[in-house]
Design a binder for this molecule. Structure first.
Ligand SMILES: Nc1ncnc2c1ncn2[C@@H]1O[C@H](COP(=O)(O)OP(=O)(O)OP(=O)(O)O)[C@@H](O)[C@H]1O
Length: 228
């Protein structure tokens, strides 16, 4: 479902953020991507979002070679991706309901379906009662739960999370990971970039470790620092 074939990304000539990466992630997998700062994890996520194009090599997602994806088809491609970031990225001037409804409106979902899907997504993350609140009225953990509701409301095939617990305390971090795991249980492929060693070690999922733009280990039920 996701395949990287000899993917190299150079931001400036001769300096590779990713260097000949080969990687396969099957439908329904849950995988962590770990590694030192600057090892290429976010670059990998941005390539999957088609925010960036590889310098060489190809990325295939659900049979679609992203190199051949036309510019006008990118919004449609991104509809099948849910994305969660460290800094939540909610719309500050809209309430929680509107933050999620917005994600559906841009995909031209009918108002009737929006009225069903928004409360359902908020229930999944335990925030059904807070639909009228604005982001600044919520804790960091709650804001990230809203971001997850927004990411899953379109029932994406793939959920990408780039340091989703980077701004959260341990309790909230675990809650967020449980929500990602639940999305995975419903059939979504989940890729999580993280520096959270405790969570990676406890969850016993696939762990892909990067170093200086290459994958140095890939373990089925791995832990942090597998390369050591
Ligand atoms: N827009 C950019 N322009 C130039 N170089 C970049 C750019 N983005 C990233 N890089 C470089 O590419 C390399 C990989 O960066 P990347 O952000 O993918 O690492 P990372 O593993 O996600 O790091 P972190 O854990 O700190 O988020 C680094 O050397 C970084 O300096």
């Amino acid at each position: 479902m996701i395949e990287f074939k000899e993917v190299t990304k150079e931001y400036s000539k001769g300096i590779a953020a990713l260097n000949g990466v080969n990687l396969k992630i099957e439908k329904g997998e849950f995988a962590f991507i770990v590694g030192d700062s600057g090892s290429g994890k976010s670059t990998l996520i941005r390539l999957l979002m088609k925010e960036l194009d590889p310098t060489s090599g190809s990325i295939i997602v659900n049979g679609q070679n992203l190199n051949r994806l036309k510019h006008r088809k990118i919004p449609e491609y991104r509809r099948h991706l849910g994305v969660v970031f460290q800094d939540f990225r909610l719309l500050k001037d809209r309430n929680i309901y509107e933050n999620i409804a917005f994600a559906l409106r841009v995909t031209e979902t009918s108002p009737r379906i929006i009225k069903q899907k928004v409360p359902a997504a908020l229930s999944l993350v335990g925030l059904a009662q807070k639909y009228k609140a604005f982001p600044k009225e919520l804790s960091g953990g709650e804001q990230q739960r809203v971001a997850i509701a927004r990411a899953i409301v379109n029932e994406p095939a793939i959920l990408l999370a780039d340091e989703p617990t980077g701004n959260l305390d341990p309790t909230n971090s675990w809650e967020i990971m449980k929500l990602l795991e639940e999305a995975n249980d419903r059939g979504t492929t989940v890729l999580v970039v993280t520096h959270n060693q405790e969570i990676v070690n406890e969850m016993k999922k696939r762990v892909i470790t990067m170093k200086k733009g290459v994958i140095v280990s890939d373990e089925k039920k791995g832990g942090y620092n597998n390369e050591n």
